[in-house]
Design a protein around this ligand. Sequence first.
Ligand SMILES: C[S@@+](CC[C@H](N)C(=O)[O-])C[C@H]1O[C@@H](n2cnc3c(N)ncnc32)[C@H](O)[C@@H]1O
Length: 230
Amino acid sequence: MQTYITVPYERPDAIPDDIEGDDWTPETLVERVVETYTDPGETVLDPFAGFGTTLAVAERLDRIPYGVEFDSERAAFVRDRVDHGENVVHGDVFELDGSELPTVDLCHTSPPFIAWDEGVDPFRSYDVESRTSYERYLDDVERLFDRVTEWMRADSTLVVDVANLKNDQGTFTLAWDVGRRITERVDRAKFRGETVVVWEDEESDDRTDAYGHGYDHSYCLVYDVAGGAR
Ligand SMILES: C[S@@+](CC[C@H](N)C(=O)[O-])C[C@H]1O[C@@H](n2cnc3c(N)ncnc32)[C@H](O)[C@@H]1O
């Protein structure tokens, strides 16, 4: 397993300007993860599908994509974006029982990050009416990955993209806290290690915020998954 990779931070061409938000994952990273951890014909799940980058790249690489997305506009966009549109569930991943999905070979996802200063719940797609705390957010991370690893086959791989955050409120160890929570509390997931993703910002010499969130790097946390019982 590589301990660091360098990739360009590029907006995927397929994302139209009229869909709000810039919380996409660059395709180059997804390509590396999908090619490293799966073979053609295998299944790839992103339970926070967003704009569908994981699904679209997986499909292009001859894997079978599955996804869940809370936001209706994004879910509709992803359904149109991939040939396997029927594999995109519009809904709240916390509400699924897994019967909508097959047992998958790889889960590659970037959970929405908590905004420190507002307490808005990212797992309600940042609906301003929803509130949470950092501890509740970590409880949800644990609950979510406990559930998702049930939907994975034995000896499969979970890759979680996450970053620490630095802003005018301070520096927050989000990546490490999420990593520790999954490692210590999600029984089916055994931490294999992390790949540090160093982002190249081709438009600026100032690399300090190349990833956003005050950093020029993020992490892929890689777990070996024992798989669920089904
Ligand atoms: C960081 S983005 C993922 C971006 C994705 N990797 C891409 O490249 O487009 C997180 C996504 O999770 C979705 N989301 C948030 N809460 C959710 C929930 N409870 N169930 C399903 N999706 C959710 C958000 O709407 C957002 O699109």
